[in-house]
Write a protein that binds this ligand. Structure first.
Ligand code: UDP
Ligand code: MG
Length: 311
Protein backbone atom coordinates (compact mmCIF):
# COMPACT_ATOMS: atom_id res chain seq x y z
CA UNK A 1 0.00 0.00 0.00
CA UNK A 2 1.47 3.33 -0.92
CA UNK A 3 1.19 6.43 1.18
CA UNK A 4 1.49 10.12 0.35
CA UNK A 5 4.57 11.15 2.27
CA UNK A 6 7.60 9.44 3.79
CA UNK A 7 9.95 11.38 6.01
CA UNK A 8 13.40 9.83 6.36
CA UNK A 9 15.38 10.78 9.45
CA UNK A 10 18.88 9.39 10.11
CA UNK A 11 19.65 9.14 13.81
CA UNK A 12 23.09 9.06 15.38
CA UNK A 13 23.07 9.83 19.10
CA UNK A 14 20.09 12.18 19.00
CA UNK A 15 18.32 11.25 22.26
CA UNK A 16 17.80 14.88 23.28
CA UNK A 17 16.34 15.83 19.91
CA UNK A 18 13.98 12.92 19.26
CA UNK A 19 11.03 14.06 21.43
CA UNK A 20 10.91 17.63 20.04
CA UNK A 21 11.61 16.37 16.54
CA UNK A 22 8.82 13.82 16.74
CA UNK A 23 6.33 16.42 18.01
CA UNK A 24 7.19 18.98 15.36
CA UNK A 25 7.19 16.44 12.51
CA UNK A 26 3.89 14.96 13.61
CA UNK A 27 2.30 18.38 13.86
CA UNK A 28 3.53 19.28 10.38
CA UNK A 29 2.43 15.99 8.83
CA UNK A 30 -1.02 16.15 10.42
CA UNK A 31 -1.56 19.72 9.32
CA UNK A 32 -0.98 18.56 5.75
CA UNK A 33 -3.80 16.02 6.10
CA UNK A 34 -2.28 13.22 4.09
CA UNK A 35 -1.11 9.72 4.89
CA UNK A 36 2.48 9.70 6.08
CA UNK A 37 5.23 7.70 7.73
CA UNK A 38 8.13 8.85 9.86
CA UNK A 39 10.96 6.49 9.01
CA UNK A 40 13.80 6.71 11.50
CA UNK A 41 17.10 4.99 10.76
CA UNK A 42 19.20 4.36 13.82
CA UNK A 43 22.79 4.48 12.60
CA UNK A 44 24.51 2.72 15.49
CA UNK A 45 23.69 5.25 18.20
CA UNK A 46 25.40 4.66 21.53
CA UNK A 47 22.80 6.57 23.58
CA UNK A 48 19.12 6.00 24.32
CA UNK A 49 17.97 6.86 20.78
CA UNK A 50 17.06 3.32 19.72
CA UNK A 51 14.90 2.69 22.79
CA UNK A 52 13.02 5.91 22.14
CA UNK A 53 12.40 5.00 18.50
CA UNK A 54 11.11 1.57 19.42
CA UNK A 55 8.76 3.11 21.98
CA UNK A 56 7.47 5.65 19.44
CA UNK A 57 6.85 2.96 16.84
CA UNK A 58 4.77 1.07 19.38
CA UNK A 59 2.53 3.99 20.29
CA UNK A 60 2.24 5.62 16.85
CA UNK A 61 1.48 3.53 13.76
CA UNK A 62 2.92 6.28 11.54
CA UNK A 63 6.36 5.71 13.02
CA UNK A 64 8.73 3.06 11.70
CA UNK A 65 12.34 2.47 12.46
CA UNK A 66 15.28 0.64 10.90
CA UNK A 67 18.12 -0.23 13.23
CA UNK A 68 21.48 -0.63 11.48
CA UNK A 69 23.95 -3.08 13.00
CA UNK A 70 26.58 -0.38 13.58
CA UNK A 71 27.44 3.17 12.56
CA UNK A 72 27.57 3.18 8.76
CA UNK A 73 27.49 6.94 8.29
CA UNK A 74 24.84 9.47 7.41
CA UNK A 75 24.61 8.83 3.65
CA UNK A 76 24.22 5.10 4.05
CA UNK A 77 21.63 5.55 6.78
CA UNK A 78 19.59 7.75 4.44
CA UNK A 79 20.04 5.19 1.66
CA UNK A 80 18.60 2.51 3.93
CA UNK A 81 15.58 4.76 4.38
CA UNK A 82 15.24 5.37 0.64
CA UNK A 83 15.31 1.63 0.01
CA UNK A 84 12.36 0.92 2.25
CA UNK A 85 10.19 4.03 2.29
CA UNK A 86 6.75 3.75 0.73
CA UNK A 87 5.76 7.35 0.09
CA UNK A 88 4.85 8.92 -3.24
CA UNK A 89 6.84 11.89 -1.99
CA UNK A 90 9.92 11.43 0.15
CA UNK A 91 11.56 13.96 2.45
CA UNK A 92 15.09 13.64 3.84
CA UNK A 93 15.66 15.68 6.99
CA UNK A 94 18.31 15.86 9.74
CA UNK A 95 17.31 14.90 13.25
CA UNK A 96 18.95 17.83 15.03
CA UNK A 97 16.30 20.38 13.94
CA UNK A 98 18.83 22.36 11.95
CA UNK A 99 16.42 21.78 9.12
CA UNK A 100 13.08 23.18 10.32
CA UNK A 101 10.33 20.53 9.89
CA UNK A 102 7.77 23.27 9.14
CA UNK A 103 9.52 23.90 5.81
CA UNK A 104 8.26 20.51 4.60
CA UNK A 105 4.86 22.12 3.95
CA UNK A 106 6.51 24.58 1.58
CA UNK A 107 8.67 21.90 -0.06
CA UNK A 108 5.59 19.78 -0.69
CA UNK A 109 3.58 22.66 -2.12
CA UNK A 110 6.43 23.60 -4.44
CA UNK A 111 6.76 20.01 -5.64
CA UNK A 112 3.07 19.95 -6.52
CA UNK A 113 3.70 22.85 -8.89
CA UNK A 114 5.35 20.28 -11.15
CA UNK A 115 8.81 19.48 -9.82
CA UNK A 116 10.32 16.11 -9.01
CA UNK A 117 12.90 17.46 -6.58
CA UNK A 118 12.73 20.52 -4.38
CA UNK A 119 15.80 21.00 -2.25
CA UNK A 120 16.23 23.48 0.56
CA UNK A 121 19.11 25.83 -0.03
CA UNK A 122 20.82 27.47 2.91
CA UNK A 123 20.56 31.20 3.09
CA UNK A 124 22.58 31.33 6.27
CA UNK A 125 23.88 28.82 8.77
CA UNK A 126 23.97 29.73 12.40
CA UNK A 127 25.73 28.01 15.26
CA UNK A 128 28.38 26.38 13.12
CA UNK A 129 32.09 27.09 13.32
CA UNK A 130 33.76 29.47 10.88
CA UNK A 131 35.97 26.59 9.73
CA UNK A 132 32.99 24.37 8.93
CA UNK A 133 31.14 27.06 7.01
CA UNK A 134 34.26 28.16 5.15
CA UNK A 135 35.37 24.66 4.14
CA UNK A 136 31.82 23.76 3.11
CA UNK A 137 31.48 26.89 0.98
CA UNK A 138 34.82 26.30 -0.75
CA UNK A 139 34.11 22.64 -1.28
CA UNK A 140 30.72 23.16 -2.92
CA UNK A 141 32.17 25.72 -5.28
CA UNK A 142 35.20 23.66 -6.29
CA UNK A 143 33.02 20.61 -6.82
CA UNK A 144 30.61 22.64 -8.97
CA UNK A 145 33.58 23.75 -11.10
CA UNK A 146 34.99 20.29 -11.76
CA UNK A 147 31.87 18.21 -12.31
CA UNK A 148 29.87 18.00 -15.48
CA UNK A 149 26.51 17.72 -13.76
CA UNK A 150 25.08 20.60 -11.80
CA UNK A 151 25.26 19.77 -8.11
CA UNK A 152 23.54 22.62 -6.26
CA UNK A 153 25.77 24.67 -3.95
CA UNK A 154 25.03 25.37 -0.26
CA UNK A 155 22.59 22.51 -0.09
CA UNK A 156 22.52 19.57 2.26
CA UNK A 157 20.29 16.56 1.95
CA UNK A 158 17.19 18.36 3.25
CA UNK A 159 14.79 18.04 0.32
CA UNK A 160 11.66 16.45 -1.02
CA UNK A 161 11.62 14.15 -4.00
CA UNK A 162 9.06 12.27 -5.94
CA UNK A 163 8.78 8.48 -6.26
CA UNK A 164 10.32 8.57 -9.76
CA UNK A 165 13.60 9.85 -8.32
CA UNK A 166 13.54 7.27 -5.53
CA UNK A 167 13.13 4.46 -8.08
CA UNK A 168 16.22 5.63 -9.97
CA UNK A 169 18.26 6.05 -6.78
CA UNK A 170 17.53 2.43 -5.94
CA UNK A 171 19.09 1.44 -9.26
CA UNK A 172 22.34 3.22 -8.41
CA UNK A 173 24.26 0.62 -6.43
CA UNK A 174 27.43 2.63 -5.93
CA UNK A 175 29.30 2.01 -2.72
CA UNK A 176 30.36 5.60 -2.13
CA UNK A 177 27.12 7.47 -1.65
CA UNK A 178 26.97 11.14 -2.39
CA UNK A 179 23.22 11.49 -2.51
CA UNK A 180 22.96 15.15 -3.40
CA UNK A 181 25.16 14.43 -6.44
CA UNK A 182 23.22 11.31 -7.37
CA UNK A 183 19.91 13.16 -7.18
CA UNK A 184 21.28 15.95 -9.37
CA UNK A 185 22.49 13.27 -11.80
CA UNK A 186 18.98 11.77 -12.08
CA UNK A 187 17.62 14.96 -13.62
CA UNK A 188 13.90 15.73 -14.20
CA UNK A 189 12.65 19.09 -12.97
CA UNK A 190 14.54 20.21 -9.90
CA UNK A 191 14.25 23.47 -8.05
CA UNK A 192 14.91 24.90 -4.62
CA UNK A 193 13.62 27.17 -1.94
CA UNK A 194 15.81 29.22 0.39
CA UNK A 195 15.88 28.83 4.16
CA UNK A 196 17.90 29.81 7.17
CA UNK A 197 19.68 26.94 8.77
CA UNK A 198 19.20 26.89 12.49
CA UNK A 199 21.48 25.82 15.29
CA UNK A 200 21.56 22.27 16.49
CA UNK A 201 18.75 21.87 19.03
CA UNK A 202 20.78 19.62 21.35
CA UNK A 203 23.71 17.22 21.27
CA UNK A 204 26.78 17.60 19.10
CA UNK A 205 27.58 17.01 15.46
CA UNK A 206 28.16 13.43 14.33
CA UNK A 207 30.19 14.69 11.39
CA UNK A 208 33.81 14.67 12.48
CA UNK A 209 36.44 16.24 10.23
CA UNK A 210 37.49 12.74 9.24
CA UNK A 211 33.95 11.92 8.09
CA UNK A 212 33.70 15.26 6.29
CA UNK A 213 36.92 14.69 4.36
CA UNK A 214 35.83 11.21 3.35
CA UNK A 215 32.47 12.60 2.28
CA UNK A 216 34.13 15.34 0.22
CA UNK A 217 36.37 12.79 -1.49
CA UNK A 218 33.32 10.64 -2.27
CA UNK A 219 31.69 13.65 -3.89
CA UNK A 220 34.72 14.45 -6.01
CA UNK A 221 35.63 10.93 -7.07
CA UNK A 222 32.00 10.01 -7.72
CA UNK A 223 31.30 12.94 -10.02
CA UNK A 224 34.56 14.13 -11.50
CA UNK A 225 37.48 12.53 -13.32
CA UNK A 226 39.48 15.71 -13.32
CA UNK A 227 41.97 14.59 -10.63
CA UNK A 228 42.73 11.52 -12.75
CA UNK A 229 43.26 13.64 -15.81
CA UNK A 230 45.74 15.76 -13.91
CA UNK A 231 48.68 13.46 -14.82
CA UNK A 232 47.84 13.65 -18.51
CA UNK A 233 47.67 17.42 -18.43
CA UNK A 234 50.90 17.67 -16.41
CA UNK A 235 52.55 15.13 -18.73
CA UNK A 236 51.86 17.14 -21.85
CA UNK A 237 52.89 20.35 -20.13
CA UNK A 238 56.22 18.86 -18.98
CA UNK A 239 56.81 17.27 -22.39
CA UNK A 240 56.33 20.64 -24.06
CA UNK A 241 58.90 22.25 -21.81
CA UNK A 242 61.16 19.23 -22.29
CA UNK A 243 61.06 19.70 -26.02
CA UNK A 244 62.14 23.33 -25.80
CA UNK A 245 64.86 22.53 -23.27
CA UNK A 246 66.11 19.69 -25.48
CA UNK A 247 66.43 22.08 -28.39
CA UNK A 248 68.42 24.42 -26.19
CA UNK A 249 70.66 21.59 -24.93
CA UNK A 250 71.38 20.47 -28.49
CA UNK A 251 72.03 24.05 -29.54
CA UNK A 252 74.46 24.56 -26.64
CA UNK A 253 76.25 21.32 -27.45
CA UNK A 254 76.59 21.56 -31.22
CA UNK A 255 76.19 25.21 -32.19
CA UNK A 256 77.35 27.53 -29.46
CA UNK A 257 79.65 24.83 -28.02
CA UNK A 258 79.10 26.39 -24.60
CA UNK A 259 78.64 23.26 -22.50
CA UNK A 260 79.89 21.09 -19.67
CA UNK A 261 80.75 17.55 -20.91
CA UNK A 262 78.02 15.06 -20.05
CA UNK A 263 75.33 17.68 -19.35
CA UNK A 264 73.53 17.37 -22.69
CA UNK A 265 73.00 13.63 -22.58
CA UNK A 266 72.09 13.74 -18.91
CA UNK A 267 69.53 16.50 -19.20
CA UNK A 268 67.97 14.96 -22.30
CA UNK A 269 67.58 11.60 -20.58
CA UNK A 270 66.08 13.15 -17.42
CA UNK A 271 63.61 15.36 -19.27
CA UNK A 272 62.57 12.64 -21.68
CA UNK A 273 61.94 10.07 -19.00
CA UNK A 274 60.05 12.60 -16.84
CA UNK A 275 57.67 13.42 -19.69
CA UNK A 276 57.18 9.80 -20.69
CA UNK A 277 56.41 8.82 -17.10
CA UNK A 278 53.79 11.49 -16.59
CA UNK A 279 52.07 10.71 -19.87
CA UNK A 280 52.10 7.00 -19.01
CA UNK A 281 50.50 7.70 -15.65
CA UNK A 282 47.96 9.83 -17.48
CA UNK A 283 47.12 6.95 -19.81
CA UNK A 284 46.62 4.64 -16.84
CA UNK A 285 44.46 7.37 -15.29
CA UNK A 286 42.26 7.51 -18.37
CA UNK A 287 41.67 3.77 -18.16
CA UNK A 288 41.01 3.93 -14.42
CA UNK A 289 38.46 6.70 -14.94
CA UNK A 290 36.62 4.48 -17.40
CA UNK A 291 36.85 1.49 -15.09
CA UNK A 292 35.54 3.55 -12.19
CA UNK A 293 32.55 4.81 -14.14
CA UNK A 294 31.70 1.21 -15.04
CA UNK A 295 32.09 0.09 -11.46
CA UNK A 296 29.61 2.77 -10.37
CA UNK A 297 27.12 0.81 -12.43
CA UNK A 298 24.69 3.66 -12.88
CA UNK A 299 21.87 3.28 -15.38
CA UNK A 300 22.99 4.66 -18.74
CA UNK A 301 20.00 6.97 -19.01
CA UNK A 302 16.71 7.75 -17.34
CA UNK A 303 13.57 8.16 -19.44
CA UNK A 304 11.27 10.96 -18.40
CA UNK A 305 8.38 10.07 -20.69
CA UNK A 306 7.86 8.33 -24.00
CA UNK A 307 5.24 7.54 -26.60
CA UNK A 308 6.59 4.00 -27.03
CA UNK A 309 4.36 1.34 -25.57
CA UNK A 310 5.74 -0.93 -22.88
CA UNK A 311 6.83 -4.56 -23.66
N1 UDP B 1 24.10 11.07 11.30
C1 UDP B 1 24.06 9.69 11.05
N2 UDP B 1 25.24 8.99 11.06
C2 UDP B 1 26.44 9.57 11.30
C3 UDP B 1 26.48 10.99 11.51
C4 UDP B 1 25.29 11.70 11.50
O1 UDP B 1 22.99 9.12 10.83
O2 UDP B 1 27.45 8.87 11.30
C5 UDP B 1 22.84 11.83 11.27
C6 UDP B 1 22.59 12.75 12.47
O3 UDP B 1 21.91 12.08 13.50
C7 UDP B 1 21.74 13.85 11.87
C8 UDP B 1 22.26 13.93 10.43
O4 UDP B 1 22.90 12.69 10.15
O5 UDP B 1 20.38 13.50 11.81
C9 UDP B 1 23.22 15.10 10.23
O6 UDP B 1 24.31 14.96 11.11
P1 UDP B 1 24.95 16.16 11.92
O7 UDP B 1 23.89 17.10 12.40
O8 UDP B 1 25.80 15.56 12.97
O9 UDP B 1 25.83 16.86 10.82
P2 UDP B 1 26.07 18.42 10.59
O10 UDP B 1 24.72 19.08 10.59
O11 UDP B 1 26.91 18.87 11.72
O12 UDP B 1 26.76 18.49 9.27
MG1 MG C 1 23.42 18.95 12.05
Amino acid sequence: MSIDLSIIIPIYNEQDNIPVLYNRLTKVAQSMSLSYELLFINDGSADASLGMLIALSQTDSNVHYINLSRNFGHQIAVTAGIDSCKGDAVVIIDADLQDPPELIIELYAKMKEGFQVVYARRNSRSGESFMKKFTAKMFYRILAKITSIKIPVDTGDFRIMDRKIVEVLMKMPEQQKYLRGQIAWVGFNQTYIMYDREERHAGSTGYTYKKMIRFALDGITGFSNLPLKFATIAGFFVSGITFLLSLYALYARFVSKDYVPGWTSLILAVLFIGGVQLISIGIIGEYISRVSSNVRNRPLYVVSDTSCSKN
